[in-house]
Each structure stands twice: as structure tokens, then as C-alpha cells.
Design a protein around this ligand. Sequence first.
Ligand code: PTJ
Length: 256
Amino acid sequence: MGQDSPSKRRYSLIPTSHPRAISLLIREKLVHGFDDGLVAKEGLIAHGRGETFDYLLGEKTTKNAKKAIKAAALALILAKSPVISVNGNIAALCAKEIVLLARIVDAKIEVNLFYSDKKRKQYIARLLKKNGVKEILGLDPRPSRRIAGLDSPRRVVDKDGIYAADVVLVPLEDGDRTLALKKAGKKVITFDLNPLSRTAQTADITIVDNVVRGLHSLIKECKNSKNQKIQFDNKKNLSEAINEIKKNLARRARHA
Ligand code: PTJ
């Protein structure tokens, strides 16, 4: 491949004046993450699905997302053993923010991949370490346990991490593990732009927002949270997210 081939390129071709610059820069970050061995090929496709929902939601942190963020912040602050589960997409998009959030709420960080791959885990761990984490769970030769009722490689979790956690943040997750984690008695928080996904529907707290935007708000909320009790109903909140898409589409249809 030539010097300017996409897999070698490290400078951005996106002009900041482009009307869709932010979205294109996030996409570029993920492609670089793929080139660096962090992201699975399937992760690029998963991102495309997320982009579609983000577009339909108006590419903003909606009122219902803010409500879920408040509930998530409280759950993380009050947790005894919170764990943040990191996959390839999350590492490529927000390694720095994950490390910061873990520090604020005193959470452990565990690498846990759907498309399990030793080398990719090592690259992800290296990036997290570069961002300041000392201990990363989920890597060999740490002791592991299995989550019952799950067939994917994600069933293998760290004995002192997800296995022992009371609250788990699993951004961009697959539905099977969300359900298995719930059955194992964990409180599950997720970021998922698709309010219809099984993960979104199964988690205790679903933040229907782009993780790149939403994580910043979650960090801010965790710093400022006053430990107030709040009422949160995930099903009701998800239905507000679906209505937000409906409202956006109706508005666009009126002006088409
Ligand atoms: O790195 P690995 O091997 O663990 O694989 C990670 C992926 C994401 C490939 C894997 O977990 C997967 O296949 O996930 P799914 O089942 O495609 O689910 C991903 C969900 O995240 C979908 O509902 C997307 O709409 C949503 N999503 C994608 N990008 C974002 C997002 N949600 C929030 N922010 C995003 N940036």
C-alpha cells in the first residue's frame, strides 16, 4: 500500500468547516483504531448502525439521555464494586474518558471482547495504560470465571472484576451478555444509540446517546452528583427516546 493509503494515513482529510465534520472525525478515529489493531472489523459495522440512530436522534444529548446519565452517575457513585467493561470500539473512541471516569467513581477497568483476540486485548491494554491506568483486568494470566447462560467469549470474566461487581458499565454491548449479567444479579448500565436493541431494552439504565458525547456528560455528572435519590424508569425513558426519533422524523417530513 502507498504512503497515503487509508491504513497508513494519520493526518485528517476532513476539513473542520465540513457540515458533518464531527461525525466524520469520530468515524476516522474508529478507522485509525482498526488500523492500530484495537477495533474488530465488525466494530466498524456496529459503528455505522450507531451513526444511523445518532442521525435520527438529531446528534445531540437528548433530555431522556440526560435523565439516564443522572441515574447512571448515582448508580456508579453508590456502587461497592463498579467495573467498566471495555471493548475495541470504546478503546478507540474514548480511552482517555474511560480512565478518567474510572478514577472518579473508583471503578475497575476490564477488557472484555465479543470477538475475542489476545493480540487485540494487549493493544487495548497498552492504550489504557498510556492513559494512566495501572491495573487492567480481563487479561491473561489473571484468574477468570464464567458467567452462566452465555456462549460467547464474553462469558469469560475476571474473578475480581465483572464476576465480583455489583454495577457494570457495558457500553456498546450485545444483548446476550446484558441479560446474563442481569441474571447474575448485576446492575447493568449501557450506552446504546439504538433504543430498540436487546441491550437497550434489557439493561437497568440505558443511555441512548453517542458514547463519545455521553461519556463527557457522565463524567461531569459524577463529579457534581450530590447523591440525591432520583426516580428512574428505564422502559419509560426508552419510550421517550423512541418518541424523540418519531418527533425528529415528523419535523423533517414537514420540511422535506
Ligand atoms: O471489540 P469487540 O470484539 O468486543 O466487539 C465490539 C462490537 C461493538 C463490534 C460488538 O459488541 C457488537 O457486535 O456490538 P453490536 O451487537 O453491533 O451492538 C453495538 C450497539 O452499539 C448497536 O446497537 C449500535 O447502535 C450501538 N452503537 C454503535 N456505536 C455507538 C453505539 N452506541 C453509542 N455510541 C456509539 N458510538
